[in-house]
Design a protein around this ligand. Structure first.
Ligand code: DGP
Length: 114
């Protein structure tokens, strides 16, 4: 998807502060952080929304969640925890249509959201 901003980050066409990368997934700092730790985890395969997932994607989704856990441990979030969020379409607040998890931490997040 050449017009997708996250595909451009994957292809190194635009810069990002990359925290982790392997064959299937990439993690980089959010350009507009809402917490001291705010990392986006994305699959390298372009998938627009959670509705576009198929059973073929179960491995990469597992890798994204496991990578989030590993990064949270590495960043020292084990004691106080963190939040892992995936926004989906308009009501979910999705603005970039390449699925991603937000890993946010080092501050308290209330529940439910306002
Ligand atoms: P969402 O609203 O859930 O679709 O989140 C999209 C996030 O992506 C938002 O927090 C800002 C971030 N973002 C958008 N464009 C860029 C970019 O070019 N670079 C980086 N690092 N983050 C971006």
């Amino acid at each position: 998807m050449p017009e997708c901003i996250f595909c451009k980050i994957i292809n190194k066409e635009i810069p990002a502060e990359i925290i982790y990368e392997d064959e299937q997934v990439m993690a980089f700092k959010d350009v507009n952080p809402v917490a001291p730790v705010h990392i986006l985890l994305i699959p390298k395969k372009h998938i627009a929304t959670l509705f576009d997932l198929t059973t073929e994607d179960s491995d990469v989704i597992g890798q994204l969640v496991l990578t989030a856990k590993k990064l949270a441990v590495k960043l020292g979030l084990e004691e106080k925890g963190f939040r892992l969020v995936a926004n989906c379409k308009e009501d979910g607040g999705q603005t970039v249509f390449h699925i991603h998890f937000h890993l946010v931490g080092e501050r308290f997040f209330a529940w439910p959201p306002g």
